[in-house]
Design a binder for this molecule. Structure first.
Ligand code: UT7
Length: 319
């Protein structure tokens, strides 16, 4: 028994903050942001909009795309580091809004790798026969933990959500998942407070990153990971149809495309539109390229992400 992707969806909040808007907020330029990161704008949640709202809207789109009724879903898993509340978890909040009762609903936190972690876990539940139809979401309101006075990080992040429906199938679907973590790097990328570590001031949790050091470890680790995925699946470089990377920095993505010997036309790039949306970025990029007709049934996809922890993950998918 395997799982396959039956539908996808995404949701971006309406409010847009451009690089030019940021020029008026911190000492930065549109030119610096575009050339160093590939980002032009990002979407931000409204004051009364929360991660579960983004997740709910992306889920509705995915459920419709799969041609299902919400009551067909028997497993809900959300990758997020910016939940609405300490509890109930975002999975439960989405479950309630979708009118689903009784099925397991939870969230996991693996920062930018959250969706790849969630996909890997949900795949195991479907393969193990414990779920027939899983709703897997990556959703973040990063703007709530960004320090809007820190030019080194505030220009990078945005809000959004992507969702995928995983259904039981006789043939794979999700062919291979690779997940990893290394807690020694905690100080290179973290939020300054949480629950048992209380905020030191009224500012609350603030995202902190040593960007240049993160960049180097990300390129090295993702490189090893994509090599491993190819080797374990007997694939040569260039055999992947579409590369769907975490949208953190265009220069990291270009380095990975070179490693995979893939032309940039075969790489799904959405970073320009919404910056780094953490766990939401991979499912949103996947949905974008499926809906615009680039990704077709039968195509071989490689999804990957890297983020705070450090955590990382990849998934080889036959769409
Ligand atoms: O999603 C989780 C994983 N996260 C990532 O993968 C992010 C990885 N890191 C990156 O994407 C890049 O390291 C950044 C985009 C964060 C930074 O790019 P960089 O090429 O590594 O720049 P840098 O940190 O080495 O800084 C270069 C210069 C510095 O000035 P000096 O020291 O050369 O005078 C910075 O102060 O750019 C300066 N700088 C800025 N200038 C204008 C840093 N941020 C800005 C800014 N606007 N927003």
């Amino acid at each position: 028994m395997y799982s396959r992707i039956a539908g996808t969806g995404k949701y971006l909040p309406e409010r847009v903050l451009t690089n030019f808007d940021l020029e008026a907020m911190v000492d930065t330029t549109d030119e610096w942001i575009r050339t160093r990161t590939g980002i032009e704008r990002r979407h931000l949640v409204a004051d009364d909009e929360f991660t579960s709202d983004l997740a709910y809207n992306a889920s509705l789109a995915a459920i419709e795309d799969a041609g299902l009724d919400p009551r067909d879903i028997d497993f809900i898993l959300v990758g997020t580091t910016t939940p609405d509340l300490i509890f109930p978890n975002v999975g439960c909040l989405v479950q309630e809004r979708l009118g689903i009762r009784g099925v397991p609903a939870f969230s996991l936190e693996a920062a930018c790798s959250g969706f790849l972690y969630a996909l890997g876990v949900a795949d195991q539940f479907v393969r193990g026969g414990q779920a027939k139809c899983a709703l897997v979401i990556g959703a973040e309101a990063m703007s709530r933990i960004v320090d809007w006075t820190d030019r080194e990080t505030c220009v990078l992040f945005g809000d959004g959500a992507g969702a995928v429906i995983l259904e039981r199938a006789d043939d794979p679907g999700i062919m291979y998942s690779s997940l990893g973590a290394d807690g020694r790097y905690r100080d290179l990328l973290y939020a300054s407070s949480g629950v048992s570590v209380a905020p030191k001031d009224k500012e609350g949790a603030a995202l902190r990153m040593k960007g240049n050091e993160v960049f180097k470890v990300a390129v090295k680790t993702l490189g090893y990971m994509v090599d491993e995925v190819l080797e374990k699946n007997g694939l040569e470089q260039g055999e992947i149809d579409w590369f769907i990377p975490h949208q953190a920095n265009i220069r990291i993505i270009q380095a990975m495309a070179r490693r995979l010997q893939m032309p940039m036309e075969r790489v799904v790039l959405t970073i320009k539109e919404h910056g780094n949306t953490s766990a939401a970025s991979v499912p949103m990029a996947l949905d974008t390229a499926i809906r615009d007709g680039r990704i077709k049934r039968g195509d071989l996809l490689l999804l990957e992400a890297f983020g705070g922890g450090f955590t990382w993950g990849a998934s080889l998918v036959r769409y």
